[in-house]
Design a protein around this ligand. Structure first.
Ligand code: APR
Length: 258
């Protein structure tokens, strides 16, 4: 891994990365809570993050919801209200442009905050679900934000079943089609960007490693080194809202003048 510090920020984009940006045919990006930090959405494990105030297994599990649906539902309602009040940041917007800049672009996110779609990304592969979508525990019917508003007490479907957030809780399986898409994109891409994730939760954290094993150039964008930083070709120790627009500018320069 070749670590870079913000001191190199004049040249955030290394010559190696510049070359890959100019030639890459398939770029894959994995995002974590860090890409939404500059929008004001708390991350999970850093800087007074959500989990530091709550025991994850107290709230984000099927058992917790079964035991106290109102507590878990009200926590998610608080998170939904927090997310509704914020806006996508330049990092999200840079990835919207990336969709049309490269011949193939795969956006994979661990985030459930829907900020990529709100920024305008058209194809988002959500490994951990989407907090603005809910589903009935009993009949599986889906509800969107306005049909299942963020109330203080859990809601019930017409069939009588409890309505839960459509997010992947600890101990639950990831949506298979999304995981298979992500693993294939990691195996086939030329450039893999791991953006704003501590890389502590698998199988998402394995994606950059799959990309590296298949010959992709792998770059981490995170002010702090993640658990897999040493496995990456390059780490840019800076905020994604700063780096991604510069990275997309560099790619656009190469692709519009070519
Ligand atoms: N730009 C880039 N990275 C940032 C920024 C920023 N502006 N601010 C913080 N970060 C980094 C932190 O250094 C940290 O490494 O974002 C990372 C956030 O890590 P976590 O809070 O652990 O979030 P994440 O990696 O997405 O968690 C993965 O764990 O709890 C589960 O389901 C939950 O999807 C989540 C998964």
């Amino acid at each position: 891994m070749k670590a870079r510090s913000p001191a190199d920020s004049a040249g955030i984009i290394s010559p190696s990365l510049e070359r890959v940006l100019a030639s890459a045919r398939h770029v894959a990006v994995l995002t974590g809570a860090g890409i939404s930090a500059e929008s004001g959405v708390p991350t999970f494990r850093t800087g007074g993050g959500l989990w530091e105030r709550y025991d994850p297994h107290q709230l984000a599990t099927f058992e917790a919801f079964s035991h106290d649906p109102d507590l878990v539902w009200s926590w998610y309602s608080w998170r939904r209200n927090t997310i509704r009040a914020v806006q996508p940041n330049p990092g999200h917007h840079a990835l919207v442009e990336a969709e049309t800049l490269f011949p193939q672009f795969s956006l994979i996110t661990q985030n459930v905050d829907n900020l990529h779609r709100r920024a305008g990304s058209r194809e988002v592969h959500e490994l951990h679900g989407n907090i603005e979508r809910c589903t009935c525990l009993n009949c599986g019917r889906f509800f969107h934000e306005d049909e299942a508003p963020p109330t203080e007490t859990a809601l019930r479907c017409d069939c009588g079943g409890l309505i839960r957030p459509d997010v992947v809780w600890f101990g639950e399986a990831l949506p298979l089609t999304e995981l298979q898409f992500a693993q294939q994109a990691a195996a086939e891409c030329d450039l893999f960007l791991s953006v704003g994730t501590a890389a502590m939760v698998y199988p998402a954290a394995a994606l950059p490693l799959i990309a590296r094993q298949h010959g992709a150039y792998t770059v981490e964008i995170n002010p702090e080194p993640s658990a897999i930083a040493r496995e990456m070709d390059e780490c840019i120790a800076a905020a994604s809202g700063t780096v991604l627009p510069v990275l997309i500018d560099a790619a656009r320069r190469h692709r519009t003048t070519a």
